[in-house]
Unconditional design. Structure first.
Length: 284
């Protein structure tokens, strides 16, 4: 039996969850009248106590590593690393977008039960932008396959103003070049080449930035985003896939992946004030 504690603090509404062998046992949202730096530790203590878990009962600490906000990610990852070190447990860092997809896979898979479809997930990246990654759902497979190696930052308007021309606009060279579980890349390209716009759904916290979605995008198929997305349950389920493969992170080298550079960094880049080495930093 493997007990997992999951933390999610990428946005303003964080959460914690307990998972046993891939089954979510409990999840709690953090208090919305406090910042995660204040509410995270009390929430961890509360969920452990209420479920009669001791620190020694935790085998793995999982945490969302981004994309996400600067402060939230630092709070979550620092807490997870501190607990993993103090409790002598293993640690797993989870892509925040993967965690969102795991959450939706529990409730929205019926949308893709008859034919393959794409779920395009966008997290709010501030300044009118979204951190976006596309995933392929297949009716015969349990996993959602990421179609890109990492997220991309684009304006929310550009993300949602997808051309209605067919097929759906994912170019072969954009695909994540790795071995995937239900077929080779040629098979994936074949599926995408026949995919229509009606097979694409949009989801994620970027929708919180949009008012009157139905009026502005009448042909858009989207899944409304609740206040608990992303959440720690999705982090736990995504981490569990890594745990089953005996794949863990190093507690000392696990780092946050920010949606973008800080405003001060971007201004310095514009003015040429950063070194060449700094310019190569990939938003970590």
């Amino acid at each position: 039996m493997m007990n997992l504690l999951a933390l999610e603090t990428t946005e303003t509404k964080g959460s914690v969850a307990l998972c046993v062998d891939g089954e979510i046992k409990d999840m709690r949202l953090l208090r919305d009248d406090q910042r995660s730096a204040q509410s995270l530790s009390p929430a961890i203590r509360e969920i452990l106590n209420d479920n009669h878990w001791l620190p020694t009962d935790v085998d793995v600490v999982a945490v969302a590593t981004g994309p996400g906000s600067f402060t939230g990610l630092r709070v979550g990852i620092t807490t997870a690393k501190m607990l993993a070190w103090a409790w002598n447990t293993k640690i797993v860092g989870v892509d925040s977008l993967d965690a969102i997809v795991e959450t939706y896979a529990l409730t929205e898979r019926d949308r893709f039960s008859n034919a393959p479809g794409v779920l395009s997930v966008g997290m709010d990246a501030q300044r009118g932008d979204a951190a976006v990654r596309d995933y392929l759902f297949h009716p015969n497979k349990s996993l959602a396959i990421p179609l890109h190696k990492r997220f991309r930052i684009i304006s929310i308007k550009k993300w949602l103003n997808v051309s209605l021309d067919l097929p759906y606009g994912i170019q072969p060279e954009d695909l994540f070049d790795k071995e995937i579980s239900f077929g080779d890349l040629d098979a994936i390209r074949g599926i995408l080449s026949n995919m229509t716009y009606s097979s694409v759904w949009f989801a994620g916290s970027a929708f919180r930035r949009i008012k009157d979605v139905e009026d502005k995008y009448p042909n858009l198929q989207y899944i409304p985003c609740g206040e608990d997305v992303p959440n720690a349950a999705g982090v736990a389920l995504s981490a569990w896939r890594r745990v089953k493969d005996d794949s863990f992170d190093d507690v000392w080298s696990l780092l946050p992946v920010y949606s973008r550079r800080a405003a001060a960094e971007e201004k310095a880049l514009e003015k040429g004030g950063l070194t060449a080495a700094s310019k190569g930093v990939d938003s970590h």
